[in-house]
Design a protein around this ligand. Structure first.
Ligand SMILES: CC(C)(COP(=O)(O)OP(=O)(O)OC[C@H]1O[C@@H](n2cnc3c(N)ncnc32)[C@H](O)[C@@H]1OP(=O)(O)O)[C@@H](O)C(=O)NCCC(=O)NCCS
Length: 166
């Protein structure tokens, strides 16, 4: 996949360890998210997330990316290609900067991403949100994601698995 084609509006690139401080600055302001999905973010948890992979996947299918509006980081996403199957992409994490929220930026990013992934040949995008997080649930419903009926429990919360067909 060519991440530079994920958006026409924003500059998109793969993030590295050098970007952790900038990602942390974006994440730490999203208190509502971490209330539902503890523990609260740290620079170490971002470093860990940059490396973590689902079962039976390797780094070639992982895209931990940043979206830039000129020089400003406005969104972060963790995308796994071909998971849980060859025709599906999985969004493990998506967050916009609090300064741009509720202006349609997140929806525009997802709209452009889905168009790219369809063109690339995938047929679905899957993700999960924490049960009871109103912001995440509203956002993903608004963007065409529907509950699959699958949920799973972690120690701290329940995850609702949802999918959008492309
Ligand atoms: C979810 C998120 C990515 C949306 O980004 P955004 O740039 O604000 O997206 P948009 O402006 O396109 O849409 C936001 C929608 O959420 C709604 N919303 C915002 N806060 C809300 C809340 N507390 N409860 C319910 N809905 C809420 C907005 O009203 C808007 O919907 P509308 O257009 O129907 O009014 C952003 O809020 C975020 O990063 N949240 C923290 C991380 C997160 O929850 N990520 C997804 C979880 S997997």
């Amino acid at each position: 996949m060519d991440v530079s084609l994920f958006s026409n509006r924003y500059f998109v690139r793969c993030m590295t360890e050098k970007d952790i401080a900038e990602i942390y600055a974006l994440c730490r302001n999203n208190a509502l998210y971490y209330k539902h999905c503890p523990p609260f973010v740290t620079e170490q948890s971002i470093a860990d997330d940059m490396k973590v992979l689902p079962p039976n996947k390797d780094h070639s299918d992982k895209y931990y990316i940043g979206y830039y509006d000129k020089d400003k980081l406005i969104a972060v996403m963790d995308l796994i290609n071909k998971f849980p199957n060859e025709k599906t992409a999985f969004i493990g994490f998506f967050m916009t900067d609090i300064s741009v929220q509720n202006k349609g930026v997140g929806s525009e990013i997802i709209h452009e991403l889905c168009a790219y992934l369809k063109e690339y040949g995938l047929s679905a995008v899957r993700l999960g949100w924490v049960k009871g997080n109103p912001q995440a649930e509203h956002f993903w419903h608004k963007n065409g994601f529907a509950e699959t009926g699958v949920t799973y429990d972690t120690d701290n919360y329940t995850v609702i698995v949802a999918q959008r067909e492309l």
